[in-house]
Design a protein around this ligand. Structure first.
Ligand code: FAD
Length: 434
């Protein structure tokens, strides 16, 4: 295969899968993998689960062994000084924080997203976010202390997973959530309440329809010397919750700052690309940062104008898109793939990254969502019972099936996949379980 050089920005899951996809398709040119964290690529889901619980050590969190990564023959640039700070597509150069400029023929943008923070609280000792391995190590240190008390600002998937892990470690957990129901924005009220009930049964306290208004270091307002000492969180309902740590879990924002002025359509909603993940000539996107055209099944008739694109912050999507991005880029560069190479982008794109899938583990219950549930969807429970933490719910909009969400129902969730893929109606899906 002719020589060409490819730069992959973001040494996370999507970036690593893109590198592997390039090599498995026979690309022998230079691949520079640029990442701003001081670690080899690691997996994030365990950071709120097994790693945080202390069940898994570092080696199980890594996405690949150092030997396998060495086998990919990458020009590996990782660490804060390798952070991409600007992109000039005219001369095809990426500038790093160190000042070095790296040229490329093809570019993969896989910079993921970064935890949103509450601006005033950031620098207070004891206030945490959870996105990186370093974040998880800092939080773990607090949670393993006997009698630890944790407050969570935000009851999304990650926050609730941390709540479950912290309870298992014996910590006292208080969740503060602006909506009236946890996970309300993602799963809607019916399943949100089921989740809330499960956490209450496990001893989690909730302040719903409430925000953390202010935080003071020390129960008496005095700063603690340890850096993880007491915090007094004043809530909008007038109560004060005293804890050892506050985890701010209010979502993540795509990491696109370095693309300003690059000419790419990039902003707080991600980087816009086509269904083969192409964002510009020789530039492909993958993972949390990608915003791609919504698949037809997802957009009810008449809604095309308001929901033309989608961005998904889930693991399966990032892994699949890394593959699609690699195949798309090789097609753009006009490089033939090896005879035994995995599928081309045209084969992968329609089926691979169009049906989002996410799971979450809480108290031994595997919550799985296939498709894209919306909080205003019609929800019907077709199998099992929420009070037993084992059930399947179907989500429909405009009569069309949109998603299936199961609590400890993996087989049932997957039974719905073909129906979602062919744009079945909600009634057809209900019939499957009647
Ligand atoms: C705690 C936690 C638990 C999760 N649990 C689940 C789960 O149970 N199920 C699920 O489906 N998903 C889960 N997710 C989401 C899933 O991990 C993400 O969707 C996935 O990691 C996205 O991969 P990515 O490669 O697109 O981005 P990332 O994993 O964010 O990787 C991007 C990398 O690029 C780096 N980067 C950013 N900007 C630059 C720059 N300018 N220069 C160089 N490098 C840069 C970042 O530091 C990062 O290392 C979880 C996420 C977290 C944080």
């Amino acid at each position: 295969m002719p020589q060409a050089s490819i730069v992959v920005v973001g040494a996370g899951l999507a970036g690593l899968r893109a590198c592997e996809g390039l090599r498995s398709r026979g690309f022998e040119g230079r691949i520079t993998l640029v990442g701003d964290e001081p670690h080899l690529p690691y997996d994030r889901p365990p950071l709120s689960k097994q790693f945080l619980a202390g069940e898994w050590e570092l080696d199980r969190v890594m996405l690949s062994s150092p030997e396998k990564i060495a086998g990919l023959g990458l020009d590996l640039r990782i660490g804060p000084e390798q952070r991409a700070v600007s992109l000039d597509l005219g001369v095809r150069r990426l500038v790093l924080a160190s000042g070095e400029a790296v040229g490329f023929d093809g570019l993969v943008l896989a910079t993921g997203s970064a935890a949103r923070k509450l601006p005033d609280l950031n620098r207070l000792p004891g206030v945490h976010v959870l996105r990186t391995l370093d974040d998880a190590m800092a939080l773990r240190e607090v949670l393993v202390r006997p009698g630890a008390r944790l407050a969570l600002a935000g009851a999304g998937f990650i926050g609730l997973e941390v709540a479950a892990t912290a309870r298992r470690l014996g910590a006292e957990v208080t969740v503060v959530e602006p909506l009236e129901v946890p996970l309300g924005r993602v799963l809607g009220p019916v399943l949100g309440r089921a989740c809330e009930a499960m956490h209450r049964e496990e001893g989690v306290s909730f302040h719903l329809g409430t925000v953390v208004e202010s935080v003071r270091a020390g129960s008496d307002g005095a700063a603690q010397p340890s850096g993880t000492g007491e915090l007094a969180c004043r809530l909008s309902n007038g109560q004060v919750v005293e804890v050892d740590a506050l985890l701010v879990g209010i979502g993540a924002a795509p990491s696109v700052g370095f693309l300003e002025g690059s000419g790419l359509q990039a902003g707080p909603d991600g980087i816009v690309c086509d269904r083969f993940l192409t964002a510009g000539p020789g530039v492909v996107v993958a993972g949390d940062v990608a915003r791609w055209p919504a698949p037809g099944w997802r957009v009810p008739a008449g809604d095309e104008e308001t929901a033309p694109t989608v961005r998904v912050e889930h693991r399966t999507n990032a892994a699949e898109q890394g593959e699609v991005a690699a195949a798309s880029l090789l097609a753009y560069l006009g490089l033939p793939t090896a005879p035994t190479a995995p599928a081309a982008a045209t084969d992968l794109a329609p089926q691979a990254h169009e049906l989002p899938y996410v799971w979450s583990d809480q108290y031994g219950v595997k919550i799985q969502a296939l498709g894209l549930p919306r909080n205003d969807d019609e929800v019907v429970i077709v199998e099992g019972n929420p009070s037993e933490r084992r059930f399947l719910a179907l989500y429909g909009r405009g009569g069309r099936l949109q998603a299936a969400v199961g609590f400890s129902r993996p087989r049932h969730v997957m039974m719905v996949r073909p129906l979602l893929e062919r744009g079945a109606t909600l009634s057809e899906a209900r019939a499957l379980f009647s």
